[in-house]
Write a new protein. Structure first.
Length: 743
């Protein structure tokens, strides 16, 4: 917008244009004022000179506006003054808007504060009456302080005008209008069961981020200035904004808001008040999505005790928390407990709410997830289909809940070998998630991960790697590289590289995942122990390929090339380091280490490794780990064990070993091979003696590390070689990530 046509030829117009330095924003602002007020240019020039002088007296410009010409600020000040004279509520709305995001304001954003106490009457009046809102907006539009979106009942402010409003019209982060902005945003947070929830919350998120800035920059330190009722209302605002951040995958901000809310509720209302329990439940959800499962479990249990006491077992809040606990047990791999919790919650929901409510269908989906993890594919499919039918009826086919069920059904079809149906489900889910939630949303990433699994199973490895990498990038951005979800995808990449015969890259992926799982899910979780077993097998498999020219011909260690000796010593060193972080997989690590030590001609340490492997788990003897490959008897602590030095996995008991030597006992693929004798029997282990033995194993493992680290460094010429991801020699690692002292 420029100067009105009827005055552009005025003799004073040239003077005004020179004064405004030809800046479009300043000209548009002046033109709007002249058009609306019918003021002469000469009179406007007088206003301008007076305002410009006041601006200079007030001091230098604040940093964000210092590079913008003072003429623009002067025109805004002139327009603002006349707006306040004509329509005070419009001026107040502009001030409030300085604390909200500049890109999108609509009437419904304000309606939630209509009946909130302790807020200025003008904002409650605007929130109650859309005509009042429209009149204020028209006033601001007429003076070009805001603009309207094309074909939309929404409005925006130019970023420079927005910054001017914040610096000139507001009082900074401590201004009471900042609290009003927080209340506006919090009251706009909808329940996730609304069909348009994601669209509304995505629109609300920029305003929440703006308010988060004010909270962090000063508001949270001014809570003591409010009375108890006001602080309780503010705590509820924090709770609702935290709820928004949880469902928008903004985990750090969700954590901060939820902790602020819980702290306020506990102080103001006590640990057993409903609001406090709700905040605990919220914080538990934050911990859960961050992978802090033990903290989440503690929060849920505390909330559950309070809900049971306050409402009983059939209340929706109690059932919500029971369902949440079920999801924690599932994440921890305790599937029986998870099933019990989910079944209990589902029965309660069905009695309290009926069959087709969001909470009921979510729990049906959760139960399907548990059945899927248990390998009960038919039952999982039935649960997913029931939930899908319900969500399609309630929310339609494009809703995020519906799409999540489509993805889950794709998983079932894939595991059943129904690849065509699986791909159709995944593609439908992916297209829907990208449209509804965006390419970086967790649900979109999960579907990419599922497509990666499918392509991997089909042998389409290039596409599989692309899907895994895209999912991993998103997970690391949304969660962290150490989150369990990221680590699972890293394991998938390790498996892919193993299929592609890239052992170096595969080992790096599995090692990264194995180390991360220690903190993410705990040392005894099946994700960590399974990864440890795979990693140990990879090291052993690589050593066998180096040591044997064919299936039965072993090369003497001393005759191997330097590069090969380096790799063998390096792998022994790495296996010994893995003993520094114990868990249920350690028996596998010790067994792999023992075989590698045989192949590098270190039978004394090989014998020690096999002896340790038989006594390491849970402080008791494990008789079910190893059986004789001829008679199938358990090779427990009371029986001598004989291990083939050539074959990968042939073990005989004493009786079968005698038959093998004297009577030509037939063992598949094993004939006339040498065996290593592991002596026995050993005395029955107690908890005390086991702890002592574990300490001895730690010392032995440290000595083994030193020996093979020195052996690696002694191999001449190899230290200058570059590592090769697919083949060749790995670079020696000397950090302390796997120190045996850690446990």
């Amino acid at each position: 917008m420029f100067l009105p046509a009827n005055i552009v030829d005025s003799p004073d117009a040239v003077d005004l244009l020179v004064m405004l330095d030809g800046l479009p924003l300043a000209i548009a602002q002046a033109g709007a004022f002249l058009r609306e007020t019918k003021t002469s240019i000469a009179k406007y020039i007088g206003f301008y000179k007076k305002k410009w002088q006041n601006l200079q007296v007030d001091g230098p410009f604040s940093p964000p506006l210092i590079d913008y010409h003072s003429s623009v600020q002067t025109t805004w000040n002139i327009s603002y003054d006349i707006v306040r004279q004509e329509h005070e509520d419009a001026a107040n709305l502009l001030q409030l808007w300085a604390y909200l995001d500049n890109k999108d304001l609509w009437y419904e954003l304000l309606t939630g504060v209509a009946d909130l106490p302790n807020l200025p009457s003008w904002i409650r009046d605007i929130a109650r009456d859309e005509l009042s809102f429209i009149r204020a907006i028209r006033t601001l539009l007429s003076y070009s302080l805001i603009e309207s979106r094309h074909n939309s009942a929404a409005y925006f402010i130019h970023p420079v005008v927005h910054e001017w409003a914040l610096q000139t019209l507001s009082g900074g982060p401590g201004d009471e209008l900042a609290w009003v902005a927080v209340a506006v945003v919090a009251s706009g947070v909808a329940d996730y069961t609304r069909t348009d929830y994601w669209m509304l919350q995505h629109r609300l998120l920029p305003h929440a981020d703006r308010c988060y800035r004010w909270i962090e920059e000063g508001l949270k330190n001014r809570l003591h200035l409010h009375n108890k009722a006001q602080r309780e209302a503010i705590a509820n605002h924090f709770y609702r904004i935290g709820y928004l951040y949880i469902h928008q995958e903004k985990h750090k901000k969700a954590m901060n808001m939820s902790q602020l809310a819980l702290g306020e509720f506990e102080m103001l209302l006590g640990p057993t008040h409903k609001s406090t329990l709700n905040a605990m439940n919220n914080l538990g959800t934050v911990y859960q999505v961050q992978g802090k499962l033990r903290d989440a479990k503690q929060m849920y249990k505390q909330a559950l005790v309070g809900y049971r006491k306050m409402f009983g077992m059939e209340h929706v809040s109690t059932l919500d928390t029971i369902s949440n606990l079920g999801s924690i047990y599932r994440a921890l791999g305790k599937l029986d407990k998870a099933e019990k919790q989910a079944t209990h919650a589902l029965s309660g929901y069905e009695r309290s709410l009926g069959l087709e409510r969001i909470a009921v269908l979510n729990t049906v989906n959760n139960l399907g997830n548990i059945y899927y993890d248990q390998g009960r594919l038919h039952e999982a499919g039935q649960m997913y289909q029931r939930a899908l039918n319900g969500f399609e009826k309630i929310s339609g086919s494009g809703n995020q809940f519906t799409l999540r069920l489509v993805n889950n059904l794709g998983n079932v079809h894939l595991d059943k070998g129904e690849n065509k149906m699986a791909e159709q489900m995944y593609q439908r889910a992916l297209e829907g998630f990208e449209t509804v939630l965006g390419a970086d949303h967790i649900s979109t990433l999960q579907t990419r991960h599922s497509l990666g699994n499918m392509y991997h199973d089909q042998g389409v490895l290039g596409k599989a790697e692309q899907m895994y990498q895209m999912a991993l990038t998103g997970y690391e951005k949304s969660f962290s590289p150490q989150h369990a979800t990221s680590l699972i995808t890293i394991c998938k990449l390790g498996s892919l590289y193993r299929t592609q015969s890239k052992p170096g890259e595969a080992k790096r992926m599995y090692m990264q995942a194995w180390l991360g799982f220690w903190k993410a899910v705990g040392r005894e979780h099946s994700l960590r122990t399974g990864t440890g077993r795979i990693l140990a097998d990879l090291y052993a498999q690589e050593c066998r390929e180096v040591c044997f020219s064919d299936q039965t011909t072993k090369r003497p260690f001393k005759l191997l090339q330097n590069r090969q000796q380096y790799q063998l010593n390096h792998n022994v060193f790495q296996l010994a380091r893995m003993l520094g972080k114990p868990g249920l997989h350690i028996a596998t690590v010790l067994a792999a280490l023992g075989r590698v030590l045989i192949w590098v001609d270190d039978e004394i340490n090989a014998n020690a490794s096999f002896q340790q492997a038989m006594v390491v788990e849970d402080g008791v003897w494990r008789h079910d780990l190893i059986k004789c490959d001829s008679c199938d008897v358990d090779l427990n602590s009371t029986i001598k064990r004989f291990i083939c030095k050539i074959c990968v996995d042939v073990d005989l008991c004493h009786s079968c070993m005698v038959s093998y030597n004297r009577h030509g006992l037939q063992v598949p693929n094993c004939a006339n091979h040498p065996f290593l004798k592991v002596p026995g029997p050993f005395p029955q282990e107690t908890k005390e003696s086991f702890d002592k033995r574990r300490g001895s194993m730690s010392l032995w493992a440290q000595a083994l590390q030193r020996k093979y680290k020195n052996a690696v460094l002694d191999v001449s010429g190899v230290d200058k070689m570059e590592t090769n991801g697919g083949s060749g020699v790995e670079k020696m690692e000397t950090d302390d990530d796997l120190s045996p002292g850690e446990s």
